[in-house]
Design a protein around this ligand. Structure first.
Ligand code: ADP
Length: 426
């Protein structure tokens, strides 16, 4: 009997999920936090409290652990793995100050050319007084895994994408070497690859198996995709959260900076997608959650609404329409709130279908199944409307927890290989 532990470090807390060999959830636990001045200790506390919270009966059977973190949350450490400064979080945009210089070196429209990319943050950090003590750049998930396996300088190709790592050639590109960054960039492994055994002291203290493996991690949004149930080409996940995010599994890699489209590697496949500024934040502006439930029930889904909106909170969208000045279109607004909601749901379904059409026009596999995550996933009226536009099965995600997706990652990789050649690390 082998169990697998996935740990998610998200924006508002950390979560652990333990699954068995059949991917069934045995245990889950959440460790919340609020905005924090001392992230390093906050994350450490979260990690230890989750390990402690798992009952001994499950801990003894856990064969592999993997951790996901928020994308582009990075920190610098000294040669012993001690952070030399505070981490820069996923949404920290101070990297904007180096973008001009970076644009002369990175290829045009590369994903690193964003104020929040890991590489832009790292270049900004080079100007910190503490940079002199730094020896390693690590992502949040890399550092937390280091606390468990003790090897420094290891990452995965999901976290490393926005550091500039070439996920197709599986190497750092030549242009990145020209930056002559004077610290160690991480060695990059396939997500889920076993990195080493759990530190024996930690294993003994918490009662884990001495041969429990700690694996390379992933990012929170990819982990949530893995949890959805999508795994074959043509399967996708639409996230109906504050914004509308589409992710489609494909055998072809698609990149198109005009629409903010890029692809993550997922084994032999590519996870491609884009994000629109339309989404549930617009619904929230006009309706409470209770109103969304009661009014949606009254909508006749067999009849298409005539209302043709482009629901936005403010002007501008990138995907599937690239126009920074695209105006919100919310007129004409009927007096009847049910009709207004019908128009909004219908219009967002059209934008979703247009997004998938664009991905397919750019060369992705043909869409054949859409899983749904986010607050709008529970709305069966909306699901039926979306099904009318997409003309393929639309269903809720099997699971939406990133921790569950990360546990699956650990399970799949471990089942694939029986012998392990661990990377050396430092
Ligand atoms: P976030 O992207 O902020 O994490 P969530 O995935 O938590 O968003 O979803 C929250 C959104 O879901 C809110 O904007 C809310 O309006 C919307 N929502 C909640 N219930 C429903 C519903 N029954 N139908 C459609 N949207 C809903």
């Amino acid at each position: 009997m082998t169990f697998y532990l996935g740990i998610d470090f998200g924006t508002s807390g950390a979560r652990a999920v333990v699954i068995d060999d059949d991917a069934r959830i045995l245990f889950q636990m959440r460790h919340p936090w609020s905005s924090n001045a001392d992230w390093i200790n906050c994350w450490k506390k979260g990690l230890w409290s989750l390990l402690e919270g798992i009952s001994g009966e499950w801990r003894r059977e856990i064969g592999a652990i993997a951790i996901n973190g928020t994308s582009s949350t990075i920190l610098l450490t000294d040669a012993s793995g001690q952070p030399v400064d505070v981490p820069l979080l996923y949404n920290d945009a101070r990297g904007s100050m180096v973008l001009k210089d970076l644009s002369h070196i990175a290829p045009p429209n590369h994903t690193v050319l964003s104020a929040t990319s890991s590489l832009a943050k790292l270049l900004w950090m080079q100007h910190l007084p503490s940079f002199g003590q730094a020896r390693y750049l690590l992502h949040q998930a890399d550092w937390l895994a280091f606390l468990l396996h003790g090897k420094l300088g290891i990452s995965d190709y999901h976290n490393a994408l926005k550091l500039g790592y070439d996920v197709e050639k599986l190497q750092y590109p030549e242009w990145l070497k020209k930056l002559q960054i004077p610290i160690n960039l991480p060695q990059v492994l396939a997500p889920g690859t076993p990195v080493g055994e759990l530190n024996p002291e930690i294993a003994a203290k918490f009662g884990f198996r001495h041969d429990c493996l700690v694996c390379a991690g992933t990012t929170d949004s990819i982990a949530a995709f893995l949890a959805s149930g999508a795994k074959s080409p043509g399967e996708a996940v639409t996230s109906l959260g504050s914004t509308l995010v589409l992710k489609l599994l494909s055998r072809t890699r698609i990149e198109d900076a005009r629409y903010g489209i890029y692809s993550h590697r997922l084994g032999d496949l590519w996870l491609t997608g884009g994000a629109s500024n339309t989404g549930c934040a617009v619904l929230k502006k006009f309706f409470t959650d209770d109103e969304l439930v009661s009014l949606s029930r009254e909508i006749d889904v067999s009849k298409a609404s005539e209302l043709d909106y482009y629901p936005l909170l403010k002007e501008g969208d990138r995907f599937p329409i690239n126009d920074p000045h695209l105006p919100p279109k919310l007129e004409p607004r009927p007096d009847n709130p049910r009709e207004f909601l019908h128009g909004l749901l219908e219009s967002m379904a059209r934008i979703e279908a247009r997004g998938y059409k664009l991905l397919q026009e750019l060369g992705s596999d043909q869409l054949n199944h859409v899983y749904t995550a986010g607050g709008g996933a529970a709305n069966s009226t909306w699901t039926a409307i979306r099904g009318r536009y997409l003309n393929i099965p639309v269903a809720p995600s099997i699971n939406t927890e990133a921790a569950y997706g990360t546990a699956l990652l650990a399970m799949r990789q471990l089942k694939m290989s029986t012998t392990h050649h661990f990377p050396s690390g430092k």
